[in-house]
Design a protein around this ligand. Structure first.
Ligand code: IDP
Ligand code: MG
Length: 136
């Protein structure tokens, strides 16, 4: 049975800065994701703090919010069968050093903070995160 889901993907500032957005977008398309909506934006630190609120208590929270608001990002509404899990698999581990060969973070990530992509971690969070960027 099919289980079509949507999930949020973000191409983070380190990847946009290196002009990797087309390469990363073709990885999604080649892996049968549909890019339903996308936009290139530059969010403020306040917006990043709301987006990453779940990490508020972490020691890296401030740096993380400064980083996500440090330059343009590309946000995408991705759709596929089991999109949330499939995107997490394609992204690879949080730390590019630990990511499997062939994953986006292994191929493009620089470090644990500059790891090139974000992906929602559950169907519930995907809804919240998609609403945050694509209110319609
Ligand atoms: P995820 O992006 O793989 O879901 P999370 O644990 O949700 O990982 O963390 C969100 C983001 O915070 C990561 O993508 C990474 O950029 C950053 N981050 C996570 N852990 C650390 C850390 O220990 N030091 C610095 N940055 C971190
Ligand atoms: Mg996460």
């Amino acid at each position: 049975m099919s289980n079509i889901e949507q999930t949020l993907s973000i191409i983070k500032p380190d990847a946009v800065e290196r002009n990797l957005q087309d390469k990363i977008k073709s990885e999604f398309i080649n892996n049968d994701f549909e890019i339903v909506e996308e936009k290139k934006i530059h969010i403020s630190k306040d917006e990043a703090e709301i987006f990453y609120k779940v990490h508020e208590s972490k020691p890296f929270y401030k740096d993380l919010c400064e980083y996500l608001s440090s330059g343009p990002i590309v946000v995408m509404r991705l759709q596929k069968d089991n999109a949330v899990l499939e995107n997490r698999k394609l992204m690879g581990a949080t730390n590019p050093k630990d990511a499997d060969d062939g994953t986006l973070r292994k191929k493009y990530g620089i470090s644990i903070d500059k790891n090139s992509v974000h992906g929602s971690d559950s169907v519930e969070n995907a809804k919240i995160e998609l609403d945050f960027f694509f209110k319609d």
